[in-house]
Design a protein. Structure first.
Length: 228
């Protein structure tokens, strides 16, 4: 991707392959997915990829786009109920709403890519998603405290979730997908096995976006069309 870029244009999935002969995992990946959109590896890649990919998936579905906007607006109640001061998140909330509104105008794909490559805007969106993830974790502490190794859940949220550039853990992904009622598909290249590992979160749902997890980093995947 371009130097300084945060989200790239879609590229052939082979651009993720190593220079040496690709193994079975890469061949399997190429059979299932045609393109990849690369996201900067700055510790915020999951949140940035998650929001970009979901918005892209609903750009031409006015009802779904409005539903996402409504969910974001309603989610502010989760933050206030957790104890966040409105002044700590209102600007970031407004940024996400503004991004959605701008994507309802002409050339939505170009607009989405431009906004997510504007550092201040893109990081503000990421910050709101981090705060929302933290709020959902704390509002459902009885469940999530079992998955956190920090002294307590609140410490974990402050240090590892709300802070920019901190890499995302599985528990954070589960919390964010629950908070916004969005199903995702993560394809993992990690591990010694010769096969791809697939995670649908939450299980049993139909994912609206697909992410590639490789060496502690997330990029966006685009499935090949199904041939009937």
């Amino acid at each position: 991707m371009d130097a300084g870029g945060l989200v790239s244009c879609a590229e052939d999935v082979s651009s993720t392959f190593p220079e040496k002969t690709p193994d079975a995992k890469y061949k399997d990946l190429s059979c299932q997915f045609s393109c990849v959109r690369k996201v900067r590896g700055d510790g915020n890649c999951f949140y940035r990829a998650f929001c970009f990919a979901h918005l892209e998936s609903v750009l031409h579905n006015a009802r779904a786009l409005q539903r996402f906007k409504d969910q974001i607006v309603q989610s502010s109640k989760d933050l206030t109920s957790t104890g966040f001061d409105e002044t700590s998140f209102q600007h970031h909330l407004n940024t996400v709403i503004d991004v959605v509104d701008q994507c309802q105008a002409d050339d939505p794909e170009e607009t989405l890519l431009r906004l997510f490559n504007h550092q201040v805007t893109s990081d503000s969106v990421v910050q709101y998603l981090r705060l929302l993830t933290s709020a959902h974790l704390q509002n459902h502490a009885d469940f999530f405290c079992n998955f956190v190794e920090a002294p307590n859940l609140q410490v974990y949220c402050h240090q590892d979730v709300e802070t920019m550039a901190m890499e995302c853990d599985h528990v954070d992904i589960l919390a964010l997908t629950q908070a916004l009622d969005i199903c995702i598909h993560i394809v993992s290249m990690d591990g010694d096995e010769q096969e791809l590992v697939h995670h649908i979160i939450p299980e049993g749902s139909e994912p609206s976006l697909h992410l590639l997890y490789q060496t502690s980093h997330y990029n966006i995947l685009y499935p090949r069309p199904l041939i009937h």
